[in-house]
Structures are given as C-alpha cells and as structure tokens.
Design a binder for this molecule. Structure first.
Ligand code: GAL
Length: 377
C-alpha cells in the first residue's frame, strides 16, 4: 500500500471510530452527564438557546477544571442541534483575548450567562453577556456585547459598560430624585434601608457611572424589539431595558422590577400575550427557591406568582438555578426551563437541569422528571 492509500485508510478509520463513539440520544436526563455528539459532556453553562433557520444553537460559558475553571479561560462555547437531544460542538463562538493583553475580555476575566439574538435588519448575530474585569472579583458589574455575521461565530468583541448612565428608570418617582440619604447613613437590611433601596438608593448612587449589570438574559418581542434584563443595584433589583434597533446599545428606556427583591438568573417568555419571568434568589453558586412573575406589558407592572417549581426538591429548584426558558419551535405552548446545577469546585462538571415548563391557571409550573421526551405533536 502506498502512502496516499494508507492516509485515506487512516482517515476512514478515524471517521468510523468517531461515529461509533457518538451515541444517539432520544430523551433528556436532567442532572446527568450530557454527552455531545463527540461523546464529551456539553460545556455551555449559564447558557441560552437561539433557534435559527431550523436549528437550535446553545451558547454558554465554557468552563475548565477546578475552581479557577469558573473564570473565562477559553470563552463562550456554542453547540448546534436539530432535535434538542443531540448537540454538535461548534467550537468557541467568542474567544477570550490573550492573558495580559489588556483586553477587557482577556483570559482570567469572568464572562457569564451569554445570550445571543439575531437582528433581521442588520443580519448580525448579537451576543450580550455579564463581564467582570480580571482581578476585580465581581465589582465591575458590566455588560459586554459582541457580534458576528455567522451564528456560530467567530464573534467580535465590541465593548462593555454599565447601562443607562445618567438616566432614571421610567417607573421612578420624581420625588426620589432629590433624596439626600446615602448608603453609609443606613444599616443594611433594616426596614429603613429596604425602603430607601425601593426608593432608588442604588440607582442614584450609580446614576453617573451607569447601573450595575450582572446576571442577565435577552428577549426579542414579536415586534422585533429586544430587551436586556439584568440584576442591578448590588443584585437587589432587576432592571429591564430596551435595546436599540440594531441591538447593540440601550435606548435609555428602562424599568426596575421588584426593588430590593434580590432576584438573579432571569429567564423570560411570552405566552398568550403575557410575559412570564422566572428568577432565582441570591445565594451564589448554591441553589435556592425559584420565583416567578407575570405582566401584561413588558413595562410592567410585574406581579409576583411565587415559586414555579412543584413537588419534591421544589424548594431548591431541584438543586439548580434558572438560565433560560426555550419556546420549542413548531410546538405550541411548549417551553423548556433551562437551569444550571453548578459545581463550583470543579466548574466543568456543572450539570444541566432541563425540564418542561407549562403555564397552568396563569402560573408557570415546573416539575421534576428523571428522564423525559418532547411530545410528538
Ligand atoms: C450566582 C450567579 C452566577 C455566578 C455566581 C458566582 O449567583 O447566578 O451566574 O455569578 O453567582 O458566585
């Protein structure tokens, strides 16, 4: 056999071995290792899914081993799937910059909860994420944006900043603008402090440099308008802010939701004309009980509906924290609640809790299942 034939044989064998190792999945097993089509546990934490031209694209934090694996050592990963069970690793959509390069997204920074939306007017894919600058713990509290012409990337980093500098929320009382009380004058967690938080203590503190933006999600409404929802004000209050027509900036229209309510991990859907929001409380990597809210208009008022989880394990969201709610394409009223079961000591081992979410009597309902499939119709 000559060298050329040997090479062809080697390529054929490699393909065969790779295909042989790829299992075909036909159901979802929350909390278990979820092998991609290459046989490796999916690495897309704090993720979100974009449905585009007949395929799903799952973007998420690419974690590495150990505790330091919670930092952005590699970037944002992307996987594709036609059936939501079998995912093909499409590589790193947004790569971190080289260490010590001075880039805001250099290796060792923190990039969390990336979400991607498609702008039909500009034909660009737009990714937003929570960014913490290297060696600054979680103090920067910025949101970052990157774009690409191709869904799987490579995404080009545009900028990061704190949203809505110099702008008051739309649902802010004029009288609160002139208040002189400062954070240092108050004892945290007292009734007086809570009242001041609700009346904009932190909005005012951060007015000039922009509002803090940590855990986040994106939502595109039926009219093509996009919104960015993020934990602000020291994670005490959610902000919901409109994006510009190109999805690359904020218009300045925003509201506060549940001032002082301590909501993180926002995930949102629109169902039969109403908006439903699911969040978590604030206990870091540890799970807590989820919360849910409903509104007739995206601008509120948002009404609390309590814990959407039902049954054993509901008090800790089945040991997970929300990240996204995926409306399944072509299946009416079918939603997947996507959450993370974090493993902070070995970040890469984090598990995915995907469960069906239904709306029953005007409330989101999530129940545990060891293993489940999407219905045929
Ligand atoms: C969680 C948050 C995660 C991550 C973590 C860090 O509350 O939802 O995205 O930031 O804290 O401790």
């Amino acid at each position: 056999m000559n060298l050329k034939n040997l090479l062809v044989l080697a390529i054929i064998c490699t393909c065969f071995i790779q295909n042989a190792s790829a299992q075909v999945l036909s159901s979802i097993s929350p909390g278990q290792i979820w092998p991609d089509q290459q046989g490796k546990h999916i690495n897309a934490h704090g993720g979100g899914v974009l449905f585009h031209e007949g395929k799903y694209y799952w973007f998420g934090e690419h974690k590495t081993e150990g505790k330091s694996g919670n930092r952005a050592n590699v970037g944002v990963g992307v996987y594709s799937s036609a059936d939501l069970y079998n995912w093909n690793n499409e590589g790193i959509a947004l790569k971190v910059a080289k260490e010590n390069s001075g880039s805001e997204i250099e290796k060792g920074s923190i990039i969390e909860r990336p979400k991607v939306i498609y702008n039909a007017k500009t034909k660009k894919f737009v990714m937003w994420f929570h960014l913490e600058l290297k060696n600054q713990s979680y103090n920067a509290a910025r949101t970052g944006v990157a774009t690409s012409d191709k869904v799987t990337g490579p995404y080009t980093y545009v900028k990061s900043f704190r949203p809505n500098a110099g702008i008051w929320p739309m649902n802010f009382n004029d009288a609160w603008k002139n208040k002189t009380v400062k954070e240092a004058d108050l004892k945290a967690w007292t009734d007086e402090w809570r009242k001041e938080v609700a009346e904009g203590l932190f909005v005012k503190r951060d007015l000039q440099k922009g509002q803090m933006a940590r855990d986040m999600t994106l939502f595109v409404d039926d009219d093509g308008k996009a919104y960015h929802i993020y934990s602000s004000e020291e994670n005490l209050t959610l902000h919901l802010a409109e994006l510009t027509a190109d999805y690359l900036a904020f218009t300045g229209k925003y509201i506060t939701i549940e001032p002082g309510g301590h909501n993180e991990a926002p995930a949102i859907i629109k169902h039969q004309g109403k908006y439903y929001l699911v969040t978590s409380g604030c206990t870091g990597w540890d799970p807590n009980a989820a919360r849910s809210f409903v509104a007739d208009s995206i601008w509120g008022p948002w009404k609390s509906l309590g814990n959407p989880c039902v049954g054993e394990g509901a008090d800790l969201t089945f040991k997970s924290q929300s990240t996204f709610i995926l409306p399944v394409a072509g299946k009416k009223d079918t939603y997947i609640f996507m959450a993370d079961r974090w493993t902070p000591e070995n970040a890469i081992d984090g598990r995915y809790i995907w469960l069906p979410m239904t709306i029953e009597d005007g409330k989101p309902v999530i129940k545990w299942q060891d293993n489940w499939k999407l219905t045929k119709e």
